[in-house]
Design a protein around this ligand. Structure first.
Ligand code: PEP
Ligand code: MG
Length: 600
């Protein structure tokens, strides 16, 4: 094996180092023999199918209970979804029809319809990710009908750690293990958001997915190192590699313990500067995570999930109850709701879907909302209604003109009048914030601050529009960096413009969730950061390690740098005085804290 063949790269979906022996699990499709069912026995055959489905249901329920107990209620829902797939009446109806009309055996009919369904799901970008769930369910039914045992589950032999390699890791397989049984998972397929990845993360088992072609190179019994933070697998490692992997793991575990302690601590720097750490919330699942990780409010509540993958827009009622529910969860702390940011990288409305030569420069975000009061008004009304019970605020994305703020204000006033006339319980005003995510907004930050109640910098789009780099283009990923000196200067401009108008601008782009960049933002003078919920402990811990004074000195010299590489070097040198850079990226969610929060 050459040096490059020894190292496999994939996607790290659950951090941690595992050193042990590989066990390759090949889950192959069972061979289904052809068998014609005599006419007078088709009903008994249908009955046999139903029995198998019932038994698989019981098995899935047991897995669900196990997941609830070991990972949490959110993870248990994965198996509820599998039960729904199993009992899909259209699907089962079609299988029964095949048995009755074509006299096929239950297994043959089931296999036939399963293949059809898999082909359908494979063609849909939305459903493709759930294919492992579907295969797990279908394979289990098939094995049941054929009277064959399902996966053979390897256990740790003689205390020697086992790292399981499969083509596709299913949630059912993942949840059967804990760290005493299995040291790590590796699979050829799967992504960070697949259900098995979420489960491995919750169970605290290191996992790497997307290791294309790995099964050709790995043999059962082969010694391996799996690095779940960096998405690496090293085959037949040297003693030196094992030693350094183990040392890294010790540092990582120490950081994990520190993060756990930081969850309830105040975000105050070592030299006494207080920061406010808010959370970004993308979906309802993020709400509990944000609360349990100590968010001091929501700095960016994305509302696109309400629309994506749906045939029609959600109505005012649905939005009002979601906004009020999130608002209540945060008591009197602010919950900043961003109006729909559709188009560009998010699917446009079904009805507005048309080809644009440059969608990122096109009809999107606030532009859609202002042109379509039938879309924007119900959202504003929902926010006003929720504000009657909680500290709800509105923030508008992709602003390039001061008039857009004025027009939004008019719409808020119109909506408030309507609600008052209708006698509905609602607030009469709504604090309005502007996202600074275009160079135009940066240059007008003083006027936008004047026209609104608050500013928040969306560094993802600001980087994209300033550097003219599509944020989703993998080929340009190396060019997409908020450490570009132009972005630093813009961040400084916005902060100063806001402060001159008595505002305290925040940052809600991904930059705030990255420790090195958070250090830079503190140095630039930002005191309010809105962070991805799972990154809150890491950022809070970081804040507590560093000196704001030192961050300020680093930021000043970074502002003079001429390249992003120089900026990084300055930041790494400065932050290196306070924290071990090597382990920073491995900072994972403290597991115990997460479990307790989810089972609340
Ligand atoms: C941003 O652009 O930085 C931002 C926070 O918004 P989104 O990532 O949703 O575009
Ligand atoms: Mg944006």
């Amino acid at each position: 094996m050459t040096e490059s063949e020894r190292i496999l790269t994939g996607i790290g979906v659950s951090p941690g180092i595992a050193v042990g022996r590989a066990h390759v699990l090949s889950v192959s499709l069972p061979v289904v023999p052809h068998r014609v069912v005599p006419k007078d026995q088709v009903e008994a055959e249908v009955e046999r199918l139903r029995r198998a489905v019932g038994e698989v249901r019981e098995h899935l329920e047991a897995l669900r209970d196990r997941a609830a107990q070991r990972a949490g209620p959110r993870e248990a829902k994965i198996f509820d979804a599998q039960i729904m797939m199993l009992e899909d009446s259209d699907f089962l109806g079609a299988v029964e029809k095949l048995i009755r009309e074509n006299q096929l055996s239950a297994e043959r009919a089931f296999e036939f319809k399963s293949l059809e369904m898999r082909a359908l799901w494979s063609a849909s970008s939305r459903l493709r990710e759930r294919l492992p769930d579907l295969s797990a369910v279908q394979l289990r039914v098939l094995h049941h009908l054929l009277g064959q045992p399902v996966e053979e589950v390897p256990r740790m032999a003689d205390g020697e750690p086992v790292i399981l390699f499969t083509r596709e890791l299913t949630p059912g397989l993942t949840v059967q293990f804990d760290r005493e049984h299995i040291a790590g998972f590796a699979s050829e397929e799967g992504t960070r958001t697949s259900h098995a990845a979420i489960l491995a993360h919750s169970l605290g088992i290191p996992c790497v997915m997307g290791l294309v072609g790995s099964l050709e190179r790995v043999r059962s019994g082969m010694p391996v190192i799996l690095d779940g933070a960096h998405g690496l697998v090293i085959l037949e490692p040297t003693a030196e590699e094992i030693k350094s992997a183990q040392a890294y793991e010790r540092r990582r575990l120490a950081l994990e313990r520190e993060l756990e302690r930081a969850v309830d601590a105040a975000a105050v720097t070592a030299d006494g500067v207080r920061l406010r750490l808010l959370s970004n919330v993308d979906t309802p699942e993020d709400v509990e995570l944000a609360v349990s990780h100590g968010a001091e409010g929501v700095g960016l509540l994305r509302t696109e999930f309400l629309v994506l993958g749906r045939a029609s827009m959600p109505d005012e009622e649905e939005q009002a109850s979601y906004f009020a529910e999130v608002g209540r969860r945060f008591g009197d702390k602010p919950v900043v709701i961003r109006s729909y940011d559709l188009g560009g990288d998010k699917f446009p409305l079904e009805e507005g879907r048309f080809l644009e030569a440059n969608p990122f420069l096109g009809w999107r975000a606030l532009r859609v909302c202002l042109d379509r009061p039938d879309v924007f008004k119900p959202q504003i009304r929902a926010m006003l209604r929720a504000r009657a019970e909680a500290n709800i605020q509105l923030m508008i994305p992709l602003v390039t003109q001061v008039e857009e703020v004025a027009r939004t204000r008019e719409m808020i006033a119109e909506a408030a009048d309507e609600l008052a006339r209708e006698g509905k319980r609602a607030a009469s005003e709504l604090p309005l914030g502007v996202m600074i995510e275009t160079p135009a907004a940066v240059m007008l930050a003083d006027q936008l601050a004047e026209a609104s109640e608050f500013l928040s910098v969306g560094t993802n789009d600001l980087t994209q529009y300033t550097l003219v780099v599509d944020r989703g283009n993998a080929r340009l990923a190396g060019r997409f960096t908020p450490h570009h000196p132009s972005i630093l200067r813009m961040l400084k401009l916005v902060l100063e413009a806001g402060k001159r108008r008595g505002r305290e601008p925040s940052v809600c782009g991904e930059m705030a969730s990255d420790p090195l960049s958070a250090f830079l933002l503190i140095g630039l003078g930002y005191r309010v950061l809105s962070v991805a919920p799972l990154k809150l402990p890491l950022v809070r811990w970081l804040v507590r390690q560093v000196d704001a004074g030192s961050a300020e000195r680093a930021a000043s010299s970074a502002l003079e740098a001429s390249t992003a590489a120089d900026v990084r070097e300055i930041l790494e040198k400065a932050i290196g005085e306070f924290v071990d850079l090597k382990v920073l990226e491995a900072g994972r969610l403290p597991r115990a804290k997460r479990e307790s929060s989810l089972s609340r």
